[in-house]
Design a protein around this ligand. Sequence first.
Ligand code: FAD
Ligand code: NAD
Length: 466
Amino acid sequence: MSKYDVAVIGSGPGGYVAAIRCAQLGMKTAIIEKYNTLGGTCLNVGCIPSKALLDSSHHYEDAVKHFEEHGIEIPGEVKVNFKKMIERKQGVVDQTTKGIDFLMGKNKIDVYHGLGSFKDATHIEIAGEKKETIEAAHTIIATGSKPSTLPFITIDKERIITSTEALSLTEIPKHMIVIGGGVIGLELGQVYRRLGAEVSVVEYMDRIIPTMDGAQSKELTKVMKKQGVKFYVSHKVSAVERKGKEVTVTATNKKDQEVTFTGDYCLVSVGRRPYTDGLKLENAGVKANERGQIEVNDHLQTNVSNIYAIGDVIRGAMLAHKAEEEGVLVAETLAGQKPHIDYNLIPGVVYTWPEVASVGKTEEQLKEAGIAYKSGQFPMRALGRSRASGDTDGFVKILSDATTDEVLGVHMVGARVADLITEAVTAMEFRASAEDIARMSHAHPTYAEAVKEAALAATEDRPLHI
Ligand code: FAD
Ligand code: NAD
């Protein structure tokens, strides 16, 4: 029987990064993945394929709607070859997952393909092409999550679908009804709207992206409405039925009236659930809570001392970079180091266009906590860079402590803010004040100048360009 210092179950961004860091620190490491390709949800059916389709559909929309204003004329009709678009997406995924095979080899990590399950706290059975058992002094559970649904919905994977199917459709929907105006609903809703589908987003809460800053919800709603997406907020879905190629969604609105939506596809994007099916946690004595999340302490250690858990399968934001940080934390803890994660500084991004990005506290959270703060906001449209590219929607908002001026939260909507948010993360990691940011030179012309201007607005209410 092969023996390891560490076995990692699951090869998503949490698992494969944990394995690499363990190997770097000199531990004999194995990784177990039930699918044929490594990379987990993120690389196979999540972050990477969704961004590939967002980019492809964005190019198409630019060609149809925006090239002309730049003085570029395309003789004849611009057409979508949807099959090719999906094939390209798959090519990007294949290239990316092969990269993980390379990294496993480079770091001398043994890869097992097959469903991993606990025999006891130190033995894992792997049901692959053949059945084998390995011994591991420590195990890191990184089994991730699966789409969740509502009790009355049957996901048939054809017309009533999750993000996984929405990333591999064979036709562009005529009318896609999206249940849930969160990250997946808006990213994939925007892809299909750009490609010509009618898109209706039905959201239970009174605003889309309800966990982000209210100003971001408002701006994204405005822009996506302009793009033709229809929003039905404060709508409680009560039934989803399919007859042939038609799907009907029934919901109740704020006035208690019943509303029905009829389309050819319904995307159910109401969140994801932690995934531990088939893992046989009970054989190792590992506890999960009532939501199915594996319970961990601050060191990400479960109730069984040699077993750790990271990523979507534990509490906290379901984000690839959060899972990665946790993978590194466990590996370094096992090596006797004292790593730390500041969960307040894990940024959140929605990759619509304009992009939406946040770090730290929202205005709603500061109000609720009774923290006195100052707010500085700067619109993208006032930047030369935005006018040059034609990306004038959005803003940067900086919230800083009313007394100390320490930056408490940064919330952005606009072109490339997914990349821009890193400036805010860096500043907050070093506990910068808004004035610190305001006094730093920002290259001109860039979108980043909006960060400096918002900082000036927060510090002394003296932006320079508005
Ligand atoms: P996962 O990536 O889910 O990986 C878990 C792996 O474990 C899977 O490969 C699974 O097959 C394997 N596994 C499970 N059980 C077993 C078992 N018993 N034996 C062997 N293997 C097992 N996050 C971002 O930060 N940015 C984004 O842009 C983004 N976009 C997304 C888009 C979509 C459409 C979706 C669905 C998600 C997106 N996410 C994004 C979220 C991100 O994918 C997850 O947060 C991330 O993948 C979690 O990583 P993980 O390692 O915890 O688990
Ligand atoms: P989400 O939590 O982002 O959004 C779910 C939405 O559905 C919420 O707005 C919620 O209010 C709504 N909802 C819940 N029940 C409902 C009901 N009965 N009727 C109508 N609306 C209802 O979840 P998601 O969009 O499914 O994404 C799942 C996870 O994947 C998220 O946690 C997210 O972090 C991750 N993800 C991240 C990215 C990214 O980082 N760019 C992209 C995609 C997915």
